[in-house]
Design a protein. Structure first.
Length: 98
């Protein structure tokens, strides 16, 4: 997941996460992101995304996607689940009182 060009974590993205990634990514990242064509039963897809050279950079970039992304690898970048409620890790939406 890391080469001389930087870190490329494997991330699971919801359909909204794919749209957010496209809207929030820099042109460099857009051209180098590898997104699987096949989605799972819930529409989530796996992507490999260039996000810098450290796990800290990767985590800070991927946090922008919120619960619409789950980091699969590298393990060190999986800090995201510790920063939000456990149920959101798998893309569950919080229930808000209206």
């Amino acid at each position: 997941m890391q080469d001389r060009g930087g870190l490329h974590p494997h991330v699971r993205l919801s359909p909204l996460g794919v749209k957010l990634l496209n809207a929030l990514s820099q042109p460099y990242a857009k051209t180098r992101t590898q997104l699987d064509d096949i989605a799972d039963a819930h529409g989530w897809r796996v992507a490999q995304i260039p996000v810098g050279i450290t796990c800290w950079q990767a985590t800070s970039e991927l946090l922008r996607l919120g619960p619409e992304a789950e980091v699969l690898a590298p393990r060190a970048a999986r800090l995201i689940p510790t920063l939000r409620p456990k149920g959101l890790l798998l893309g569950e939406r919080p229930k808000y009182a209206i």
